[in-house]
Write a protein that binds this ligand. Structure first.
Ligand code: NCD
Length: 320
């Protein structure tokens, strides 16, 4: 029996073979070798307390491909939040109408907390600065398709690592891979916390360099991220938006010149000035492929959750 049907953290994957099994299903759906099963009658709740394009629309598309109905809370002006209802009460009430819910919230722990209070499966669609587990799945799906492997890859991860949540979930899944080298590049004061770096170092080679162009030599994957201007830099006491990207943190012509021909450039979106026009036009840019893969990765997850498919669930999240 499953302990629960929530998916709020990548640590739910305990073994590499579970991650591989999940990616097999997502890739099978993308490639058409696995036919979509119908989950007609299923209802997916969408509770986005922060803006979203890719996560929201790919979950909606995934649910549509399964024949499900999507019940979207809508923005603040539409729901009873405008009457003072708490976000937690909102989720627990909406849970009564759904077979699964996608929850995005600015609080790092909101989705995990509500998951403890409801039996309706909660899927984290982005948790504050801390976690974005389905994004990490579609990221690794894209890497496996493009590079034909997940092990022994040299990653460059660049941008606002302090406030970006995708990178933390990505590093969580990379723990299941062997021979990973990670080069971190970030503006001053926007690096990962020392505890996160130390934790990563227990499973992979990690170095920090000051400039992207230098880091691009020999990289297999460059994972770019945007400046998270809407999030206050609380730990440093600086107001949001005072720091901007210099060329050191943009995928410039020089960076592209240093990057091996078979490398790929990724970005979770939305892209800012860090993705230059030269990068947009470069064949190594797989950003739209990531966006599309999001639909299939989320479809794979939703399918198993809504069907309460124990066999599939354990093949991903079991520890045997
Ligand atoms: C990310 C998010 O919202 O966490 N986008 C996404 O879901 N694809 C990244 C971001 O906002 O920078």
């Amino acid at each position: 029996m499953t302990e629960n049907w929530h998916f709020t953290h990548v640590a739910k994957f305990k073994k590499r073979k579970g991650l591989d099994a999940f990616l097999d299903v997502a890739e099978g759906l993308a490639g058409g070798t696995i036919g979509a099963r119908s989950r007609r009658g299923g209802v997916l709740g969408m509770l986005f307390f922060e803006p979203s394009t890719r996560t929201r629309m790919s979950f909606t598309a995934a649910a549509g491909r399964l024949g499900m109905t999507v019940n979207d809370l809508g923005g603040d002006g539409v729901s009873s939040k405008s009457k003072g209802e708490s976000d937690e009460d909102t989720v627990l009430n909406v849970a009564q109408y759904c077979d699964a819910m996608v929850v995005r919230h600015a609080d790092d722990w909101f989705a995990s907390k509500v998951a403890e209070e409801t039996k309706t499966p909660v899927i984290c669609g982005g948790a504050g600065k801390r976690s974005h587990p389905t994004q990490a799945l579609l990221d690794l799906m894209t890497v496996r398709q493009c590079q034909r492997r997940l092990d022994h890859l040299s990653w460059v991860i660049c941008g606002d690592l302090a406030r970006g949540r995708t990178v933390k979930s990505l590093l969580g899944l990379l723990r299941l891979c062997d021979g990973i080298r990670v080069t971190l590049v970030n503006p001053p004061d926007l690096g990962l916390e020392t505890s996160d770096i130390d934790h990563a170092k227990t499973r992979m080679d990690v170095r920090v360099v000051p400039c992207l162009a230098e880091a691009c030599h020999g990289a297999d994957v460059v994972y770019m991220t945007r400046m998270q201007k809407e999030r206050p830099l609380d730990q440093h006491g600086q107001p949001a938006g005072v720091v901007d990207y210099s060329d050191c943190f943009r995928m410039t012509k020089e960076c592209l010149g240093n990057l091996p021909a078979d490398a790929i450039v990724m970005h979770p979106g939305p892209c800012g000035p860090e993705i230059t026009d030269e990068c947009k036009a470069d064949g190594r840019n797989v950003i739209l492929k990531q966006a599309r893969n999001g639909m299939f990765a989320r479809q794979a997850l939703l399918d198993a959750v809504v069907a309460r498919d124990q066999k599939e669930w354990w093949s991903w999240f079991g520890d045997a």
